[in-house]
Design a protein around this ligand. Structure first.
Ligand code: DP6
Length: 320
């Protein structure tokens, strides 16, 4: 009987953004991020030993180029120099479309391979290993709210998934399908070419500190404007990169403007965006349903998903 190491993780959506690296080689962030691990959306990954590395995502064989450095570092870190892996991963939400599938995907992959290596998949180890795949993958090893500080090699738990039961995220899916420029390539382009990049990095710590305090106090009025400031400053470095990075679609802008009006009508609904056209809105649970109705009326043709703070990484053995 073949034993399969199985791991599941949810995507990590940043309230305060990581964009740019302190070290590209070590994949450490130039800006600290504060994120929430989402419930309901999962990357589910099974790994076993094999004769050659082979990875599928949603049944599709992957080009190993993106994964080879990660697998090699993991082999070195886990003392498995000669080992090769067969990995099958499934996302129950759109892959590589700016719904943070690389965060859940690499967290689940690091967790499954740690278990397969016979090591205890304790969160600090898995977070550090997941970083070698994707910086944002350090975070969803923990449930609830997490922080990945600038220059660090692992994320830390900030508040667990029960800390703020009234906290929701409405995801407005503007376009499905993979994005044109990956976060990795985009953030390096911003670092090298945006005249605003240094200011983005130097002004980030105070935004993060303010947001951590506002979150600890569950204070929408203080947290919301900092969430907005973080993604708009990040996008300023994207728009001013050369060539520019324009991830927005007309519907993204329409949603941003609709939310501006809805806030004026009394909603506590604060959007963020990542390296893609989707708009993600943080709001209180008792406003989520009405908010989706309002947004659906104002911007037609979108798919909406709602998530709450979810659990961290789970790992176990499957018998096959
Ligand atoms: C915009 O973690 O995907 O989603 O470390 O190069 O793999 P790499 O980048 P990645 O970048 C995430 C960027 C972001 C903001 C965030 O999640 O903090």
């Amino acid at each position: 009987m073949r034993r399969l190491a199985h791991a599941e993780a949810g995507p990590s959506l940043a309230l305060i953004k990581y964009w740019g690296k302190a070290s590209a080689e070590n994949n450490t962030p130039a800006t600290g991020s504060l994120a929430v691990t989402l419930s309901g959306l999962t990357s589910s990954t099974r790994a076993s030993f094999a004769d050659a590395d082979r990875i599928t995502v949603n049944g599709q064989i992957q080009n190993l180029e993106r994964f080879a450095p990660f697998l090699d570092s993991l082999r070195a870190e886990l003392g498995l120099a000669g080992a090769r892996f067969a990995v099958d991963s499934t996302n129950n939400f759109p892959t590589a479309a700016g719904l943070a599938s690389s965060s859940s995907g690499f967290a689940a992959l690091a967790g499954a391979l740690t278990l397969l290596a016979g090591r205890e998949p304790e969160p600090r180890l898995v977070s550090r290993l997941a970083r070698l795949g994707s910086g944002s993958a350090t975070r969803p090893v923990y449930g609830g709210f997490t922080v990945f500080e600038a220059g660090q090699e692992e994320a830390v738990a900030e508040h667990d998934e029960n800390f703020w039961p009234e906290f929701r995220v409405v995801l407005a899916v503007v376009r499905e399908g993979a994005k044109a420029v990956s976060s990795r390539v985009g953030m390096e382009r911003s670092r090298l070419t945006s005249p605003y990049y240094d200011q983005w990095v130097s002004t980030s710590p105070s935004v993060l500190t303010g947001a951590r305090k506002a979150l600890a106090e569950r204070d929408w009025n203080a947290l919301g404007p900092l969430i907005r400031q973080s993604y708009l400053r990040m996008f300023s470095t994207m728009f001013s990169s050369n060539p520019p990075l324009i991830y927005w679609q007309p519907e993204s802008m329409a949603l941003i403007q609709a939310l501006e009006s809805l806030r004026a009508e009394g909603y506590q609904a604060w959007e963020t965006m990542d390296a893609g056209p989707q708009v993600k809105v943080f709001c209180p649970a008792d406003q989520a349903e009405a908010l989706v109705k309002e947004l659906d009326q104002r911007v037609s043709g979108l798919r909406f998903l709602t998530a709450a703070p979810g659990p961290g990484l789970r790992t176990w053995w499957d018998q096959n």
